[in-house]
Design a protein around this ligand. Structure first.
Ligand code: BG6
Length: 513
């Protein structure tokens, strides 16, 4: 393996350090806080990206005092940090406090208001506030209005200091519920204050899509229907639903992965070039792209989008056997879809998207298959015998990108084959890829919404998928003649056969997971 950094030249690294923020985590005693948020904040702290005057207030239903909370966090962090960081842990935890209370009790918000006043009043200028709602999303309609009623999220006309609210997905259940949630949020918050997370956007490899496309001259001329044959976007997981039956039974894969992560990756890959790397410029282009996706034909749904569910295989349980799952559940754990984009750039280029749980292995990638050369000068090798070029963006777990081209093999004069130019993050940058939450928390503290989802983008994505969800619900019963049946697949495999058929009808096949 080459030493790190050998292939890496030039360094334009700009990381801005946030000014003081008070971070208020609602749902602080929950899993997300301990597993993702606090480790990400600590890592920012140890990188000098957490202002020394910033503070963290955890707020949760579990009754405990600040010391117990800090001890819990300490124990968790100690197991996951490098030895040289442990000296910083004490100082970092000194910035953390805890407040217990019920989310529907106004007294919680009064108390929080007093705490905030105590922490912030001696500081000049007054710190910004970042509220992070790490609670179930069903609590948003309770928490957001109460924060507003107690003036905790109120900003004055200047917008400084700002009050930002970070929200976890899902944003609604369908178009109507997403719009209702949006109306409710906008009663006390302006869109500029709302930071809707899609953690895929915090991944380095996903952010790299824009840099690859728009910081190089060579891709743009071929990034269209004249040169691209088709695109495959896959997000495969080997795990099942773990202990999330309560959520997953109601959500299913289309809501859990497609409406957000998959569409976000598709839009970054396919959108037009924004005028700048500015939050609204980028999100305007995403919106245009999502709105250009052709609606699914409801009378021919199974030719465009199919759903599947994993079954038991060996010692891997089936979805219906998972604890908390209805033994007759029709919730999908796999979706494959063919999307067409009706604009000049993409007309006629199929985009195949698939995602599933309990597949053969964990793998997220975007594979762009180019067209073959129209004519071969290397007779007797015909153009149709030559492999097409392919660019694969490996999102995870082996982050990188690989470009496969045709090349001459040393030896006989006519000896041609595929050669892969393979770049792996790990080999070049060592273990430097950071958890997506670090990027997203930093950006929320900096007031940069580029990697957060705007409300109209969410509405457009629900507009696309809500008719499919309705059709699936209507044809939920497993009876013969069902126009959009649930296709079962054994755990640990490539997914349902019907997904293969989806591509076969166009003479393509999926890349192996
Ligand atoms: C989450 C989904 O948003 O993304 C989970 O709710 C899924 O069901 C997870 O497992 C996948 O994220 P990652 O980063 O592991 O690919």
């Amino acid at each position: 393996m080459a030493p790190h950094g050998d292939y890496w030249h030039g360094n334009f690294c700009i990381e801005i350090s946030p000014i003081p923020n008070t971070i208020i985590i609602m749902g602080a005693s929950g899993d997300l806080t301990g597993r993702k948020l606090i480790p990400a904040l600590f890592s920012l702290y140890s990188r000098g990206l957490f202002h020394e005057k910033s503070q963290i207030i955890g707020c949760g239903r579990t009754v405990m005092n600040s010391e117990t909370f800090r001890n819990q966090l300490k124990e968790n962090l100690e197991n996951n940090i490098a030895a040289q960081q442990s000296s910083q842990l004490h100082d970092f935890l000194g910035k953390v406090s805890y407040l217990s209370g019920d989310y529907d009790d106004p007294a919680t918000y009064q108390q929080l208001g007093l705490e905030l006043e105590k922490l912030e009043k001696q500081q000049k200028p007054e710190p910004n506030r970042t509220f992070y709602l790490a609670t179930p999303t069903t609590l948003y309609p309770t928490i957001v209005p109460l924060l507003g009623e107690h003036s905790l999220t109120a900003e004055d006309y200047s917008g400084t200091p700002w009050r930002h609210v970070v929200l976890e997905k899902p944003f609604g259940y369908d178009l109507q519920s997403a719009e209702e949630l949006d109306r409710l949020l906008h009663q006390t918050l302006s869109e500029r204050q709302i930071y809707r997370i899609d953690h895929y956007l915090g991944k380095e490899t996903v952010q790299n899509i824009l840099m690859l496309r728009f910081a190089n001259i060579i891709f743009e001329p071929i990034w269209n229907r004249h040169y691209i044959d088709h695109v495959q976007i896959s997000v495969a997981e080997s795990i099942g639903i773990e202990n999330r039956a309560g959520y997953y039974e109601k959500a299913g894969l289309l809501r859990d992965m497609f409406q957000n992560h998959m569409l976000e990756m598709l839009s970054l890959m396919a959108m037009e070039m924004p005028g700048s790397f500015d939050a609204n410029a980028v999100r305007d282009e995403k919106l245009k792209l999502i709105r250009a996706i052709r609606p699914f034909p409801l009378n021919d749904l199974d030719k465009f989008i199919i759903r599947g569910q994993y079954t038991q295989d060996g010692d891997m349980s089936g979805y219906r056997d998972e604890s908390g799952v209805d033994p007759k559940s029709n919730t999908e754990t796999y979706v494959a879809a063919k999307l067409l984009i009706d604009n000049w750039r993409w007309r006629g280029v199929p985009f195949y998207l698939r995602s599933g749980k309990r597949l053969k292995r964990k793998l997220s990638e975007i594979a762009i298959k180019f067209k073959r050369v129209p004519h071969s000068i290397f007779a007797p090798i015909k153009s149709q015998d030559m492999a097409a070029d392919m660019l694969v963006l490996n999102v995870q777990p082996e982050e990188g990108m690989a470009l496969t081209v045709q090349a001459k093999k040393p030896g006989p004069k006519l000896c041609m084959g595929s050669l892969t130019l393979d770049f792996k993050y790990n080999e070049v940058f060592g273990g430097q890829t950071r958890d997506a939450y670090e990027r997203l928390l930093l950006d929320a503290m900096l007031g940069d919404q580029t990697l957060f989802i705007r409300s109209d983008v969410i509405a457009a994505s629900w507009q696309l998928f809500t008719p499919v969800l309705n059709a699936w619900q209507k044809f939920a019963a497993e009876v013969s003649g069902n126009p959009c049946p649930l296709h079962h697949y054994p755990s640990g495999t490539q997914g349902p056969k019907a997904a293969e058929e989806l591509l076969k009808q166009d003479n393509f096949s999926w890349r192996k997971i």
